[in-house]
Design a binder for this molecule. Sequence first.
Ligand code: NAP
Length: 270
Amino acid sequence: MNKITFIGAGNMASSLIGGLLAQGTPAAHICASEPSAERRAQIAQQFNIQTFADNQQACAGADIIILAVKPQIMRQVCESLAQQLTAQQLIISIAAGITTASLAQWLQHQSIVRCMPNTPALVQQGISGLFAAEAVSTAQKQAAEHILNSVGASVWLSEEQQIDAVTAVSGSGPAYFFLLVEAMVEAGVKLGLNEHTAKQLAQQTALGAARMLCESPLSAAELRQQVTSPQGTTEAAIRRFQAAGFESIVSLALAAAAQRSAELAQQFTD
Ligand SMILES: NC(=O)c1ccc[n+]([C@@H]2O[C@H](COP(=O)([O-])OP(=O)(O)OC[C@H]3O[C@@H](n4cnc5c(N)ncnc54)[C@H](OP(=O)(O)O)[C@@H]3O)[C@@H](O)[C@H]2O)c1
């Protein structure tokens, strides 16, 4: 079984560690490196895994190294690991905006998988887009997929550039739903509900609709048509959405996110 080292033990690393343990990976096969002593103690206590203050020590003997630090410090972290990596080790980066080419250059290493997870990973309902550099073996791809799937699901991308689109759809996507719920709560209050009741109604509706989308064989459009009777209340609302250009707003918003993702990637590229 693979030995997995996390570099950086923040929010996303904790979700993955929790997911892996829940899926049956033994705690003895996972370790994490983290500069904050307080955070190390917290992680060690929560997950019963070995922790390190030193990234190089943490990586010795690892089959898979997961880079889970902020993009701003990725270069420095990678360059400090470059000397000691062995060709068999798989590097998985979850950092936004850092290309496999930059990672390969900083790490002097070729087996790299780049991922874009999203925040529902914190509740084991995430989805990640994964891109593998050419040197990554089939077994390593399976291992990467297993790790990311421990906090939800994943999709493989054939081109690295597609990460920008993944960022636009699922990376930033949870916030779009939060925004919709915020607006529905506000509208519900305007229509005479108290805030607590409006929140309960909007949140549970979001959950119910999400479960129907995931569990039904019908498409989103078909599900919508099913609940939209002619001349009915839903039709009245949807007509208003569409008259205000709903589809075009969503399309413009996602294009802006994808463009920003590409700009950030450019910023971190040499
Ligand atoms: N959270 C998300 O939903 C999400 C989604 C997609 C991608 N990501 C990516 O995931 C990565 C981590 O995000 P996060 O939300 O988990 O951030 P985070 O909670 O800030 O975790 C980063 C951790 O790395 C530690 N760290 C700092 N310098 C380090 C070093 N030199 N060596 C080892 N560890 C170091 C930090 O410790 P200190 O706090 O003590 O500095 C912190 O605990 C980012 O690159 C982000 O782009 C996150």
